[in-house]
Design a protein around this ligand. Structure first.
Ligand code: ATP
Ligand code: MG
Length: 369
């Protein structure tokens, strides 16, 4: 059995290495490729969940826009990997009983309908259900996102935070086994409707990932790249946009004399602020951040937290975080998720000082999760 696991592990590691190599071979890993890769990586890493052969095959097909992946999908290494996977699809993944605090029956858990905000909603999620294949990951989730505020999504690993975040700019569309219903109203329109302009949507609702992922281009080009694609401004205007975006991302002072150095040569914290500048440059309304500080040291984290507080003056921010103190420091509203349900949503102060739900109380006081 041990030998079998070691063999599987060896194949799995070489699959991931090979995929990363293919992804990086054309120099640039776009946000969409990054989502595809993360999704693939999760499936491969999550071997305890035993992805089925067809799921892995689907994942690879979904990545086939990346040059080389289609050939790789047919390669001997993948065939070997497939053979190490079970034939049957996994069972519905609605949380193991052993993950649950005592006395919780998942069948009786429901997403809350108490969803008050003081100001205007920038986004309104209503009755969102989402499945990966047969496994349901979100259950009747509704949540309003207040304009020019910071909303944190918290909850134990696997509760659906990233899934909900990715719904807000339809990034889950890149995962072929994913299907959903319910509405997400942004700018007066339901973005879940077919015909939504996804390029525009992802410009207006930008995303910053866990690992900083600057392009292997200069600092200047990292920021100007998306602007060029969308607006093609004059050189003078572009210089202004780059300076303004780097200033808004609290990075200008540190890189104004390094604009032509590679973005990848900056420190981790600077790279993450460069990615934020890149997102800001195309003038979004909303910035989604999935654990933006988890790869950073405490000083770089403090800088990003300060930045988030400044950003809400001009943008609406939704952040996924595992750090409760971070949620307390940066956010106006906090949503606690558990097993794909949105258990409680309220002002951050209320959630952390006087939660209305016993599960929230247990989670924030570290009694599970
Ligand atoms: N691409 C995918 N394909 C299949 N299942 C997925 C995929 N992404 C997430 N899931 C499953 O959906 C559920 C919710 O996952 P999600 O990544 O949204 O959780 P999370 O709260 O962000 O967890 P973490 O804190 O570990 O990042 C989990 O059961 C996970 O295994
Ligand atoms: Mg996550």
């Amino acid at each position: 059995m041990k030998k079998e696991n070691a063999k599987k592990e060896k194949i799995r590691t070489s699959v991931l290495e090979k995929l990363r190599e293919i992804m990086e071979s054309d120099g640039e890993v776009s946000d969409e490729e990054q989502v595809r890769f993360d999704s693939m990586e999760r499936t491969l890493n999550d071997l305890s969940r035993e992805p089925s052969r067809s799921e892995v095959r689907l994942m690879l097909t979904s990545m086939s826009k990346v040059d080389g992946v289609a050939d790789f999908a047919e390669s001997a290494i993948i065939k070997k990997f497939m053979q190490s996977l079970p034939e049957e699809p996994p069972k519905a993944n609605e949380g193991e009983k052993s993950d649950l605090p005592d006395n919780i029956n998942p069948d009786t858990l429901q997403s809350t309908r108490e969803l008050h905000i003081d100001g205007e909603a920038q986004i309104e999620v209503k009755d969102l259900n989402l499945r990966y294949g047969s496994a349901q990951a979100l259950f009747d989730v509704s949540i309003p996102i207040e304009k020019n505020s910071v909303t944190s999504l918290i909850g134990p690993s696997g509760c659906g935070k990233s899934t909900l975040l990715r719904c807000l700019n339809r990034m889950n569309d890149l995962i072929p086994i994913c299907n959903f219903d319910g509405s997400i109203v942004y700018d007066g329109d339901d973005i879940n409707k077919s015909g939504t302009d996804l390029v525009r949507l992802r410009r207006k609702i930008g995303m910053v990932f866990q690992k900083p992922n600057p392009f292997p281009k200069s600092v200047f080009d990292n920021v100007s790249y998306g602007v060029q694609l969308h607006y093609n401004p004059s050189r003078r205007k572009m210089n202004e946009i780059v300076e303004k975006s780097l200033t808004s991302a609290a990075l200008w002072g540190e890189v104004s004399d390094r604009l032509h150095e590679l973005g990848t040569s900056l420190s981790g914290g600077q790279q993450q602020r460069l990615c934020i500048a890149r997102t800001i440059a195309v003038e979004p309304d909303v910035i989604l951040m999935d654990e933006p500080c988890s790869a950073l040291d405490p000083i770089a984290t403090a800088k990003i937290e300060d930045l988030i507080t400044q950003l809400k003056e001009h943008f609406t921010v939704v952040i996924v975080t595992h750090s409760m103190s971070q949620a307390m420091r940066v956010s106006d509203y906090t949503a606690f998720m558990f097993l794909g349900r949105l258990i409680e949503f309220d002002k951050t102060d209320k959630i952390f000082n006087n939660p209305g739900n016993e599960l929230t109380d247990r989670y924030i006081s570290g009694r599970f999760g």
